[in-house]
Design a protein around this ligand. Structure first.
Ligand SMILES: [Zn+2]
Length: 165
């Protein structure tokens, strides 16, 4: 987080926090701080992003504004989830999604912000739903000769209860 110090010597932060898609066409900002942040382990978000979990930031819609690229934002209506997912037509980045039952909230991938949004993602939504391949905090060790690669241990296979001893 970038801090600046005002004349009184207290910490100040920017009032609006910028975010953008991968190509930079879609730019937006939310008012600091965000309402909340969480890790979404649902299969729907995993498919929409090609990753799991997806970390989101929730903002009140009145504290969210698109700055540029509105004409490059398209949407996918997910009827069974009563949700609308918005993405950049130029680079494909999912930029935000909304739910019918929470019309005053907009949910934005945390990764689209470089700076602090004022909320840590301390909640895990649909944790029980997470794919078996997602990383769950297991111990890691450095992979020899590959300084940027960490390696986990193989997961213990569950014993097949129908297999004879
Ligand atoms: Zn883009």
């Amino acid at each position: 987080m970038k801090h600046s110090t005002d004349r009184a010597g207290t910490l100040a932060h920017k009032e609006w926090i910028p975010g953008q898609c991968l190509c930079g066409t879609v730019r937006f900002e939310i008012k600091f701080p965000a309402r909340w942040a969480w890790h979404d382990h649902s299969r729907h978000s995993a498919r929409a992003h090609g990753a799991s979990p997806v970390t989101y930031v929730g903002s009140w819609t009145k504290r969210f504004r698109l700055l540029s690229g509105e004409e490059s934002v398209d949407r996918f209506r997910q009827e069974d989830q009563e949700a609308t997912r918005h993405f950049c037509l130029d680079c494909g980045t999912p930029v935000y999604y909304t739910r019918d039952k929470s019309p005053h909230m907009v949910n934005i991938p945390r990764a689209l912000f470089e700076e602090s949004v004022g909320r840590e993602p301390r909640y895990h939504i649909r944790f029980h739903d997470r794919p078996e391949w997602s990383y769950g905090g297991e111990p890691l060790k450095a992979l020899k000769n590959y300084p940027s690669v960490m390696q986990g241990r193989p997961k213990k296979r569950q014993k097949n209860p129908f297999e004879e001893e």
